[in-house]
Design a protein around this ligand. Sequence first.
Ligand code: 5GP
Ligand code: ZN
Length: 113
Amino acid sequence: MSDCIFCKIIKGDIPSTKVFENDQVVAFLDISQVTKGHTLVIPKVHKENVFELTPEIAKEIFAVVPEISRAIKQEFNPIGLNLINNNGEAAGQSVFHYHMHIIPRYGEGDGFG
Ligand code: 5GP
Ligand code: ZN
């Protein structure tokens, strides 16, 4: 989709710090990190949110989340990690290209939750 920020990130038209990429999926650091290492995992195809996901795309996302989570653990040493996915404006979605938030947690006062 031409006016989608995340499609532009996939194409490289908007810069991002990519932490993972394969043929189906890209992961990059959130521009406004709620905690250190806050990462977004997105499909390369434009799907608005979970209501549009196919089983294949859902599989492709979840196939890489454990590996990316372990890489974040290695790099930032969090003591926990939230996987969060907002679907629809009423649920807090602000970018309408499906994304899974990986939010590393560092204990009380880490700024999230
Ligand atoms: P949502 O509120 O839709 O669940 O999450 C959207 C996320 O995208 C937010 O955490 C926001 O900081 C992030 N975001 C918005 N625009 C950009 C951008 O241009 N680059 C990056 N890396 N993240 C972005
Ligand atoms: Zn898009």
